[in-house]
Design a protein around this ligand. Sequence first.
Ligand SMILES: Nc1ncnc2c1ncn2[C@@H]1O[C@H](COP(=O)(O)OP(=O)(O)OP(=O)(O)O)[C@@H](O)[C@H]1O
Ligand SMILES: [Mg+2]
Length: 510
Amino acid sequence: MAGTTILKMNDISKDFSGVKALDGVSIEVRRGEVHAICGENGAGKSTLMKVLSGVYPAGSFDGDIEFEGKKVAYRTINDSEADGIVIIHQELALSPYLSIAENIFLGNENQKRGVIDWNKTNREAALLIARVGLSENPATKILELGVGKQQLVEIAKALSKQVKLLILDEPTAALNDEDSAHLLSLIEQLRGQGITCIIISHKLKEIKRIADTVTVIRDGKTIETIDMAGPDATESRIIRSMVGRDLNNLFPPRDPKIGEEVLRVENWTVFHPVDTARKVVDDASFTVRAGEIVGFAGLMGAGRTELAMSLFGRSYGTNISGTVYKNGQEIQMRTVDEAIRNGFAYATEDRKRYGLNLIGDITQNVSAAALGKLAQLGVIDRNREYKVADSYRSKMNIKAPSVSSITGKLSGGNQQKVVLSKWIFTGPDVLILDEPTRGIDVGAKYEIYGIINELAAQGKAVVVISSELPELLGLADRIYAISEGKLTGEVSREDASQETLMHYMTAGKD
Ligand SMILES: Nc1ncnc2c1ncn2[C@@H]1O[C@H](COP(=O)(O)OP(=O)(O)OP(=O)(O)O)[C@@H](O)[C@H]1O
Ligand SMILES: [Mg+2]
């Protein structure tokens, strides 16, 4: 059966009150292949998949869909699932307080005369989670699992629905290298079992490894479909299609001008907020100078985010000890407000939870952390607020019809740019960026690196936490490695390589 067409989406257009998200996109997927969709932030990738799966019901878009040779018109996600189309969204949707088994069969319970058959549920769940390579007990609660494993539970859940076409929207964006590799092999395994897969990802290396075919979309239009077995199926070809031009350098040029020490942290120790005997950050000491970009490398769970959040107004952890100096003076940051007053900003990796007010518009979000700068005699100058937000919209190239657009409706990458704008507008001296380019397309990454360089050039002390080692190597003047809460190494840009960093990042691990 391999090679025949399983899905055809013809000339799909969709607009949101005047904004054209899709403008005549067509895509054809063969049975049993892994088909990647690539495109810049806001290109329309997630929207296209929501059209396919009935999140946006038939009638709310133009164009038509053929699945297994039949025209389909899904009105809900249940309709598409009944045909074997399962979508795993960009934001995971498991219930944290329910078990793995409960999540897998949520909404699809094994019932006997209205009573859930728990023996059957647990038995089947055990089989499904074994199929995705998890060894957890099905009774384990989701909140006890890391994101990598949660992703696998989502796939197990899809398998329980007899999936024929599995759609993964940026499945590895929040995963470390090891979990990503595991997920990719699982997708290859499913392909071996005849399951067709559509994957959206900004990580072109993964696409290169796993995809049989790539469709590139830009501004809501199909640009081209590339057969990845062909001779010119390269990353740069995909990039050129995505951004409409060549991008030879992934990092903008920079001439670092490093000044005096701005931040000095000594013996920083933090305990876990619930498991209070566990040290999450262990006696960490480091410095950052004016104009310097300092990277923090570490595996998932190493304590990078915990270090940053505990410094930033003690937003994480208990029983925190250690000393922070700014420009040689000891400072206290007991609350987020106090941290902001001390000239600190922390742009979080988890934009949904801490970073943004999703029901607010872009203007409200950009100004949220620095309303004081816009107020006169306690009254906010709305006109200036609007102008500031609009200037960030153009500077950061945020794709939205206006700054009155609701942030929750922006594409993932554009939400990230709003988070960055918000913190840059506070005018910090010390800027901590936690995974600043997660979910961001290659072209926009370049723009964000340019912005980070500019902040450093203004003499700010910049800390970048990133799981992508090439990003740290391309951006940072100096890199600290962290493993199990301890700083295990410090390397200058000249001496840094993926191998040295990996060595320190796994120090003390078996
Ligand atoms: N519910 C909505 N209301 C209004 N506009 C929307 C809505 N959903 C998406 N859009 C707009 O449609 C366009 C396409 O968004 P979409 O989320 O499909 O992009 P994407 O390609 O998935 O981007 P990313 O890589 O950043 O996730 C964007 O301009 C976005 O702002
Ligand atoms: Mg998306």
